[in-house]
Design a binder for this molecule. Structure first.
Ligand code: NAP
Length: 313
């Protein structure tokens, strides 16, 4: 089969992905700059937010395999062929990394480690009350590949974990409560100390974390955003932090990335900024996952991790 590799990579990244994918897909031809005649026979495209038009003019295309877990940017591309199946990246290594970062952030909020950092800057020696993990209620927004992995690790660490999902009936790890619906979410927020956003960005979830959302949380709650920047209304979050209604925010994703140097988040005392690094795709394992799906296509087997375009994830 002829395959296309297309993405917004720099040259070094493109070379790494090409080497790893070509090794996994040795029976196939993986092209980076296909000729016009090659384009007529390409059957699968392996992509990482490809430039617009990259997937146009491929009459035999049967699969778009994303190398990234989130497909919001891919789906927003008006030049994406409308009927070709899309598969996203589901890699246990990615979910493990997300669980590690989430545990770090929840633990730092629970035990006051961000507060100790502030105290250090002021040369303040003051011990904070040390609460047990089971006194801390964590709400995960989303219980998919990322959310489930985080739920297991947080539960094991002793936290009280609830997860909000679209259906409200998603299968959950032991001891994790699942809820659904907007009203239930508001009620749950009132009892939540730490919110962890792990939702996909869709028409329904864009701007979910707004003034009303923060107002529904108890005073001194905290927010962790590892989903997408556009889930948060920045002005509302900054106001809630400035007024002391929220205690702290750990933010990994932003409306504009890289986060512009003049953005208030950089200097805000109650914000921790990460450079979209909560869970980085590991090309070694991700290349295997992508190649397995392409091989399934080649052998006429079902392709895994299909995106539902109408739901948006
Ligand atoms: P996933 O497996 O598709 O799971 C999505 C979860 O969100 C599901 O539980 C789903 O509910 C829930 N959901 C979707 N729409 C909802 C709505 N309107 N209301 C309530 N719940 C809703 O996705 P994933 O692999 O866990 O990834 C989630 C997101 O994490 C990605 O889309 C990406 O944006 C982000 N991400 C970030 C990084 C990073 O480094 N910061 C890395 C990887 C991924 P159901 O269970 O009912 O379907």
């Amino acid at each position: 089969m002829k395959l296309l590799l297309a993405g917004r990579f720099d040259d070094a990244e493109r070379a790494i992905w090409h080497r790893l994918l070509a090794a996994e897909l040795s029976g196939h031809e993986l092209l980076i700059a296909p000729s016009e005649s090659d384009r007529q026979s390409i059957e699968a495209a392996i992509v990482a937010n490809p430039p617009p038009d990259a997937l146009q003019g491929l009459p035999r295309l049967r699969l778009v395999q994303s190398l990234w877990a989130g497909v919001d940017r891919l789906l927003a591309d008006p030049t994406l062929p409308p009927k070709v199946p899309i598969a996203r990246m589901v890699d246990p290594a990615l979910a493990d990394a997300m669980a590690q970062t989430t545990l770090w952030a929840v633990l730092a909020l629970h035990r006051g480690f961000f507060e100790y950092q502030r105290q250090q800057r002021a040369a303040t020696w003051r011990q904070l009350a040390q609460r047990r993990a089971d006194e801390v209620a964590v709400l995960l927004l989303g219980l998919g590949e990322m959310g489930r992995s985080c739920a297991v690790v947080l539960k094991r660490a002793g936290y009280r974990v609830t997860a909000w999902t679209r259906s409200g009936r998603t299968t959950a790890p032991d001891g994790v409560r699942v809820i659904g619906g907007a009203d239930t979410l508001r009620r749950q927020l009132a009892e939540t100390e730490v919110v962890v956003n792990l939702l996909p960005l869709t028409a329904d979830t864009r701007g979910l974390l707004d003034a009303a959302f923060f107002a529904a949380m108890p005073r001194h709650g905290a927010v962790i955003n590892f989903g997408r920047g556009a889930h948060v209304v920045d002005a509302d979050l900054l106001l809630a932090l400035d007024e002391g209604r929220l205690r702290h925010a750990v933010l990994d994703v932003f409306h504009h990335e890289p986060l512009p140097a003049e953005h208030r988040y950089w200097q805000h005392d109650r914000v921790t900024v990460l450079p979209h690094a909560a869970a980085l795709t590991d090309p070694r394992s991700a290349a295997r996952v992508a190649a397995a799906n392409v091989q399934a296509l080649a052998e006429g087997r079902p392709v895994a991790h299909r995106v539902d375009r109408t739901r948006g994830y």
